[in-house]
Design a protein around this ligand. Structure first.
Ligand code: PEP
Length: 247
């Protein structure tokens, strides 16, 4: 199976300001020369800052995206942001189904798949986030949970799946400082790879959950880990780019 490029993607979550963003982006852009062409470096920023990211990242080699997208194209959906809007700001990526969206906003597996489809229809790559809670892991349900979360996504069809990125983010590892071990992550990544249709086996499978400069290298050394989705450490340019360098 030929693999696509590695991806190291920052998820800023609800952090930043015009001034702190411009400092962070400058730090990232400055360190881009140390990153080989084999790694895609990207940041997913809050909606109001898309225009700032598009401005400051143009010609930097760093791409940008959003953290959520509506499944609908336009209309009476107060507070929502559509894929056509993201496309206007040059978004290359959008996170869908981040665990914080699933748990705090009740997003269902089906809705996450609809959001992925909406992004794809505008040429934006959805980064579909999946992952089990600690309770589910302790109950031996990891594979069942991942399979359930991915089912409606895989039902979008082989051509759609071939254009996705999937991020495995165990909920217990997000923002906790407790990363999955490389072996735990690899095991789930191999399982996810196994669920993919033949024509989509090479899509990037990212790991997320307390990725830091000191654990990135060994995670990226695992056979089925093609990059990382980075929360906390993506807010510090030196740390984020140290992670990207290991990619
Ligand atoms: C995330 O929220 O996608 C994430 C991986 O966060 P952190 O790196 O802070 O665990």
């Amino acid at each position: 199976v030929s693999r696509q490029k590695r991806v190291v993607m920052g998820n800023w979550k609800m952090n930043g300001s015009l001034s702190s963003n411009s400092e962070l982006i400058a730090g990232i852009a400055q360190r881009m020369s140390q990153i080989g062409g084999a790694t895609d470096v990207a940041v997913c920023v809050p909606f109001p800052y898309l225009s700032q990211a598009a401005d400051l990242l143009k010609d930097s080699g760093v791409s940008w995206g959003a953290q959520d997208v509506s499944a609908r194209e336009s209309g009476a959906y107060t507070g929502e942001v559509s894929a056509p809007m993201l496309a206007e700001f040059g978004c290359r990526w959008v996170l869908v189904g981040h665990s914080e969206r699933r748990s705090l906003h009740g997003e269902s597996d089906a809705e996450v798949a609809d959001k992925a489809a909406a992004a794809l229809s505008k040429g934006i790559t959805p980064v579909v986030c999946v992952g089990e809670s600690l309770e589910e892991r302790d109950a031996g349900q990891v594979q069942a949970v991942i399979e359930r979360q991915l089912k409606p996504v895989l039902a979008l069809g082989d051509d759609a799946v071939a254009r996705l990125v999937i991020a495995y983010e165990p909920v217990w590892a997000i923002g906790t400082g407790r990363s999955a071990t490389p072996e735990q992550a690899q095991e789930v990544h191999a399982f996810v790879r196994g669920l993919l249709p033949a024509g989509a086996k090479g899509i990037p499978l990212l790991y997320g959950g307390s990725v830091k400069p000191d654990n990135a290298q060994v995670l990226f050394g695992m056979q089925d880990i093609d990059g990382a989705l980075v929360g906390g450490a993506s807010l510090v340019s030196k740390d984020f780019m140290a992670i990207a360098e290991h990619g």
